[in-house]
Write a protein that binds this ligand. Structure first.
Ligand SMILES: [Zn+2]
Length: 90
């Protein structure tokens, strides 16, 4: 992905933000790194647009892949209850 207007906002350049975006979304960045990326995204039109699309794509993919631990607690409990209660018991 090529960035046309390379800008430095919050002490980090557009290409550095794009490099760190997947780590950022994975939660692999240290807190100060996250803040820097967030500050850049807030101040940079191009990156915030790209970052938003990227985030939406990643979360959609994660939903499709159904990673372990990806289901909310309530959903698991409901699923288990509906499986174990069955029909015709009692
Ligand atoms: Zn930028």
């Amino acid at each position: 992905m090529k960035v046309q207007d390379e800008k430095v906002i919050a002490g980090i350049s557009c290409s550095q933000v794009l490099e760190r975006l997947s780590d950022y979304l994975d939660g692999d960045l240290p807190p100060e790194g996250r803040e820097q990326v967030e500050a850049h995204l807030r101040g940079c039109d191009g990156c915030s647009r790209f970052g938003g699309e990227f985030k939406a794509t990643v979360s959609a993919l994660r939903g499709l892949l159904g990673r372990p631990g990806g289901l909310p607690e309530g959903f698991r409990a409901r699923l288990r209850r509906s499986l174990s209660s069955g029909s015709g018991r009692e």
